[in-house]
Design a binder for this molecule. Structure first.
Ligand SMILES: CC(C)(COP(=O)(O)OP(=O)(O)OC[C@H]1O[C@@H](n2cnc3c(N)ncnc32)[C@H](O)[C@@H]1OP(=O)(O)O)[C@@H](O)C(=O)NCCC(=O)NCCS
Length: 197
């Protein structure tokens, strides 16, 4: 899917594939040293390497895990992953998926996150979508609230920050996929972002 952001910026949102692994790793490494980022690498004391990412990429878009990349030419500038059956597996939770996402620093505030989540959710058939957000991550919580997710509860000490040896609290968010897609479409229109679907 081609996306036209403001100021003539064109981005493609595609299913992830192995051709982009190095660029994806570069994005992840950037996030690892980004003080405003709250993805897995920000809690870990080891950086992922190429072999590790290659291994994990074998799960992308097979079985219950999907991964979309936002691409500017060949550069990965964002991603949205999704897993069906996040807690009990896709046999017992075929109706729930979990999403995780990030965009490169220079694309924050551009609205890119909305078509990215839109494209990920459009391609699954679950009733509910969930996400965990560090309580310090105001931007991410706002994005989810903007698109119709509900903050269900706060879970104390839900993730260990291995770098600093401290546990952080997270919010548990949940939305109804169809409702979220409807609100996402409205939000994208309001931002004057054009999606060539
Ligand atoms: C989370 C992320 C994808 C959000 O995308 P983004 O492009 O930064 O989102 P926006 O700039 O649209 O900001 C979202 C909202 O937060 C608001 N916001 C931004 N900074 C804020 C601050 N310091 N205080 C209060 N609100 C703030 C914005 O105004 C916006 O609200 P609005 O749409 O109602 O105007 C992006 O910040 C990111 O990639 N972060 C690093 C990785 C990460 O943490 N991923 C999520 C893990 S759960």
């Amino acid at each position: 899917m081609r996306v036209f952001l403001k100021e003539g910026i064109v981005v493609d949102i595609e299913l992830a594939n192995e051709n982009y692994i190095e660029s994806y790793l570069e994005l992840i490494r950037g996030l690892a040293s980004d003080k405003d980022s709250y993805v897995i690498v920000n809690y870990s004391d080891i950086l992922p390497d190429l072999a590790g990412v290659k291994e994990r990429s074998k799960l992308w878009n097979r079985g219950n895990i999907s991964m979309h990349f936002a691409l500017q030419k060949d550069r990965v500038i964002g991603y949205c992953g999704q897993k069906i059956g996040p807690t009990y597996g896709d046999q017992l939770q075929p109706h729930i998926s979990e999403i995780w996402y990030a965009v490169a620093r220079e694309f924050r505030g551009s609205g890119l996150i909305y078509p990215l989540i839109f494209q990920s959710l459009r391609n699954t058939d679950v009733k509910f979508v969930q996400a965990y957000v560090d309580t310090r991550n105001i931007r991410s919580a706002k994005v989810l609230e903007n698109i119709g997710f509900q903050k269900m509860c706060k879970i104390s000490e839900n993730i260990l920050d291995k770098r600093n040896n401290v546990f952080w609290d997270e919010y548990y968010f949940r939305g109804e996929r169809e409702e979220v897609l409807k609100i996402l479409k409205e939000k994208i229109d309001k931002l004057s972002i054009i999606m060539d679907v």
